[in-house]
Write a protein that binds this ligand. Structure first.
Ligand code: HEM
Length: 172
């Protein structure tokens, strides 16, 4: 891959990963405000903001991170399943995208309904009792992925599969 293209893909990749982590921090803040906010009005607002604004920006950032990661993997010597650190990041990214699209997104209508019910002092709290998990799981996985990207540990998946082996971690 030409160097300018690789640099552009890397910039997009890092910005998308950073945006994704930032959105997760906002999710954690809204979940905490929804649970511990001082008044029912604040809690209702937090749940409605969570249900209304979060999913699409988060899904977009995660997909941009995935696609730019695929471009970087395929366009450089890192490959997609040549090095453990890339393969593990690929699995983490795909699993997180699937969780956002198929687990988190369908539950948001109930979260919004709970937020609306709170404004009249009503609602079933079991609807939102598991909302701590998404930001906790996602922030942990994204921190691990960032660590893997920086440290690039564990070397090749198939030993002896090329001239460069373990310990040769930087692109020339
Ligand atoms: C799970 C979310 C991800 C995060 C938080 C993340 C984070 C990062 C960061 C911070 C870097 C820059 C490291 C550096 O320059 O020292 C990076 C580079 C890289 N990432 Fe990701 N990444 C993720 C997903 C992926 C995926 C899914 C792939 C490929 C399938 C991938 C492939 C790469 C490659 C190949 C590089 C090195 C590019 C180069 O130096 O030429 N990443 N990633």
């Amino acid at each position: 891959m030409p160097r300018p293209l690789r640099r552009a893909a890397l910039i997009v990749h890092i910005v998308a990963a950073g945006a994704w982590i930032g959105i997760d921090v906002v999710v954690a803040t809204l979940v905490l405000a929804g649970r511990f906010g001082g008044t029912d009005q604040i809690r209702a607002l937090a749940y409605q903001a969570l249900a209304t604004f979060i999913i699409w920006p988060m899904l977009t950032a995660s997909l941009i991170c995935l696609v730019s990661g695929l471009i970087l993997g395929l366009g450089t010597r890192w490959g997609l399943i040549r090095y453990w650190w890339v393969a593990v990041k690929l699995v983490l990214n795909v699993v997180l995208c699937a969780l956002i699209a198929f687990l988190l997104r369908p539950g948001m209508a109930d979260v919004a309904a709970y937020g609306r019910a709170l404004t009249v002092g009503d609602g079933d709290p079991s609807t939102v009792s598991a909302l701590f998990f998404p930001p906790a799981v996602s922030l942990t996985a994204l921190t691990i992925a960032t660590g893997l990207a920086v440290v690039k540990p564990w070397g090749r998946i198939r030993k002896g599969g090329g001239r460069r082996g373990r310990g040769q971690t930087r692109q020339a």
